[in-house]
Structure formats: C-alpha cells, structure tokens
Design a protein around this ligand. Structure first.
Ligand code: NAP
Length: 432
C-alpha cells in the first residue's frame, strides 16, 4: 500500500488526490490534511461570494472526499501540531497544496498604516475566513484605491460597489453584508501600474463591472491606445480591452464611479496615523514591457487602500523556501525526496481553479516515477497515533458534513449558507 499525505484541501489538494487515485488505483491511501476545520480552501474563502457557479466545483471534490481510500483530517496544523519530518517519515509522499493565503506587501513607505489592507485580508473578511473575521474595514464615505489590474482587484471593487439587493443568492457573510449595506465608499479608483493592454482582468469578470445597479465604470478615452493596436492582442485580452473601450463611451450617470487609472504606481501612503492619501507616480512601458517610473507624481485621496498585487505561500519550518518568489523552492514540484508541492504553493498565484488539475496529474506521475514501489510506511495509522498521543481534536469529513448542514440551515432567505466565521463555532457544530 502506498501512503500519500496532501497538505491543504483546496482545489490543488483535491485534484492531486484525484490524480493519485487514477495513478495508483486501489493500492493507495490518501490523507488530506488542513489546518482549518472546513475543507475546500480557496473555493470557500477566496472565490467571490457572488460567484456561486464557480463554487459548484466543490461537489466534485466532495465526491473524491467520499471515496474509500481518501480521508479528510481537519484542524491539524502541519509545521505546528505535526512536523514536516514526522509526516515524511510516515508517508511515501507528502504533497504541499497549501495555496498562497498571505498578502504580498506593497513595499512602500506608509504601507503599514491603518486603512491599508491586502486583498487576502479583505477577501477573507467578506468570505468569513476565521483569520480575518475581525478586520472590520471602514468603508463609509471613503475614497478607496484598489491597487492592481487583476481579477482580484475586480472582485474587491465589485463587492464594495454592489447594492445590498445585488448580494441576493450569494454567501457573503453577515458581518460583511451588514457593514457594506450600511456604508458606501465616496469613490473607487482601480490603479494599474501598466496600461489597458497589460491588464490581467478576464472579460467575464470585467464585464460585470458594467452591469451594477448603483455603480458604473469610468475609463478616460485618452488612456486607451489606438484601436488598431488591439489586433496584436490574444482574443481574451482583446475582449477585455474592448470592454474598457465600451466603458470609455458610457455616459456619466448617477451612482458610484469606479474609475480606472492606468500607468500609475503607488509610491507612498501618507496620513496622520491612518491612510489619507496615496502618492502615485506616472509610469510608462520600458523596453522589457515592464512599468518604468517617469518621476512625475500626484496625489490621490485614499482612506482605504486595498492592494491586490498577488499572494505568498506561508513557509513551513524545515521546508526549503524561495523568499523572492514567496513559495516553496522546487523544481517542477519536487522539493526533496518524498516531498512535493502543487498549485499556488508550487508555481505562485496564477491561473484559474482548473489550472490545478494538470498540476495534480503531473505530481502523481512524478511520485510514480520517483518511487516505482511503495515503501513500508505506516501512513494514516502512524498519524493517528501521533494525533492520539498529542490529544489533538481533529475534524473529520463527517464532522464537516455536520458543519455544512448547520450552515445551510441557518442561511438567511435566498442565501445558500451562512458560514461560521469562528473555529470554535465550527467545532461546536460538529458536536450537535
Ligand atoms: P494577478 O492576475 O497576477 O494581478 C496582479 C496585478 O497586480 C497585476 O495587474 C500586476 O501588475 C499588479 N501588481 C503587482 N505588483 C504590483 C506593485 N508592486 N504595484 C502595483 N501593481 C502591482 O493577481 P490576482 O488579481 O491576485 O489574481 C490571482 C489569480 O487568481 C489570477 O490568475 C486570477 O486570474 C485568478 N482569479 C480569478 C478569478 C476569476 O476567474 N473569477 C477571480 C479572482 C482571481 P503587472 O501586470 O504590471 O505585474
């Protein structure tokens, strides 16, 4: 029997489990371990609450979780409750699928002032992640600056700009719905350090910004490059740029403007103990296509700054780490003999949920190549011994099903669930 431990129960973790089942057939036992009592990682706490159709993929992960040779062990911290070397000694292969749940910092003076948030914290707050449940961002009357031109910037802008009625059918958590319903930003500015041709926003997500009931996108036509130059773009990118062109022709209307400012990079946050202004430098494209500062700066009012500039994988003691890239040091997913990584923990925070599928299959094949025969490892029996010795109160998949039911039962009208946002609440739902 081959024993595999997968650390992290998000998309990368479940696709790896599925791939290992296909690769090794009946001769494998897979444990999926997560520090949270609830599974599915990014699907639960990263995907926007008003994008329920994307979350439906969790049903596929549930089907994998319910197969005989896979089990979920929640509320177990690897690197805390159990060390990585203990795990390596128990399992033929350990695969780190821990994602990238920490924010990359802006790295400019003043980025530690209150009022400056990273998207992991802000998204975690409206999605009810226990690490960020107490964030309580001040939104009302604020000039909000969102830094970054990716889909996360769009998620943050849309969630801030939606009216309460537009959250119907979503699973935005109560504390966020209440805060956002009772407050309204004065303005929202989305800042890109490069131009319209370099945005990382996909057309479906960008298009949504044009259909909000109380807010509307504003693009300055002067910021758009000549239309003929769009021909050089990939089709998806061209669609996104077309949307920007549409936004640029939209007449002004009542409501909250969501402005785009291109070729603008943050230089410094200023304020009196709280963010009040963002100093921004005009940029241009350098020969390598990267943003180059022009030296010309200007000031944007900014009481709330949300940086949506990418994420980092938190290090785990004794696992080689690439500090610059913010992920585990690896060569095609191999970290060291018996230790692998997949998904954002391997390649950084890029790609869609589906991108993790080939990643999982690649790692399953690598494990098979590296270890043609299973070693005589203890696997889950050994882990269970450690858990019992250390009196760790783990959460099983059956427990999660109880949490799931309790969340569905307490949902407000029209919502799919009302998430528990505290670990203790989740655990007590398993005891009912
Ligand atoms: P992203 O797509 O990599 O975008 C990051 C943005 O931040 C880029 O515009 C980048 O500009 C900018 N940036 C980076 N460092 C900066 C700095 N120091 N100052 C100013 N700007 C900076 O990342 P993301 O938006 O976090 O999304 C992560 C992944 O999740 C992406 O693959 C995304 O498509 C995916 N996602 C998908 C959905 C969806 O499908 N609905 C929703 C959310 C996220 P440069 O281009 O100049 O580097």
């Amino acid at each position: 029997m081959r024993h595999i431990a997968i650390v992290g129960s998000g998309p990368a973790g479940y696709y790896t489990a599925e791939a290992c089942q296909k690769q090794f057939g009946a001769d494998v036992r897979i444990d999926i371990l997560d520090r949270m009592p609830v599974p599915f990682g990014l699907i639960r706490s990263g995907v926007a609450p008003d994008h329920q159709s994307i979350k439906a993929v969790a049903r596929r992960y549930e089907a994998i979780a319910l197969t005989d040779n896979v089990r979920f062990v929640g509320k177990l911290s690897i690197g805390g409750d159990v060390s990585i070397s203990e795990l390596i000694s128990l399992y033929d292969a350990v695969v780190l699928a821990t994602g990238a749940p920490s924010d990359r910092r802006l790295g400019i003076p003043g980025d530690d002032l209150p009022g400056v948030l990273g998207s992991a914290a802000f998204v975690g707050w409206y999605n009810g992640h226990p690490d960020h449940a107490d964030l309580d961002p001040a939104v009302d009357g604020q000039d909000v600056v969102i830094v970054g031109n990716g889909n996360v910037a769009l998620d943050c802008a849309r969630i801030l700009a939606k009216s309460p009625a537009e959250f119907e059918g979503s699973d935005i958590v109560r504390h966020a719905l209440e805060r956002l319903s009772g407050s309204r930003p004065r303005s929202i500015m989305i800042l890109g350090r490069r131009g319209p041709h370099q945005i990382a926003m996909t057309p479906k997500e960008l298009g949504e910004l044009g259909h909000l009931s109380n807010a509307y996108p504003v693009v300055d036509p002067a910021d758009l490059p000549p239309e003929a130059s769009d021909l050089a773009l990939e089709p998806g990118q061209r669609k996104s740029v077309n949307l920007l062109r549409e936004f640029a022709t939209m007449p002004a209307r009542d409501g909250l403007p969501v402005r785009f400012d291109f070729f603008a990079q943050p230089v410094r946050v200023e304020g009196d103990g709280h963010a009040r202004r963002l100093i921004v430098e005009r940029t241009m494209l350098g020969a390598d296509g990267m943003a180059v500062g022009s030296g010309e700066t200007y000031e944007l009012p900014a009481g709330l700054i949300i940086s949506c500039i990418g994420y980092r994988t938190p290090p785990i003691p004794d696992v080689p780490y690439d500090e610059r890239a913010g992920r585990f040091a690896n060569v095609e997913g191999r970290i060291m003999p018996g230790l692998y990584c997949v998904g954002w923990a391997r390649r950084g925070p890029t790609g869609t949920i589906g991108t993790n599928k080939p990643d999982g299959f690649m790692i399953a094949e690598e494990i098979a190549r590296d270890q043609p025969e299973a070693a005589e490892k203890q696997g889950r029996a050994g882990l269970d011994e450690l858990i019992a010795e250390r009196e760790i109160d783990i959460v099983t998949f059956r427990d999660w099903q109880q949490i799931d039911l309790a969340e569905i039962e307490r949902a407000r009208a029209g919502a799919p669930r009302e998430k528990f946002v505290r670990i203790e609440e989740m655990v007590s739902a398993t005891k009912k």
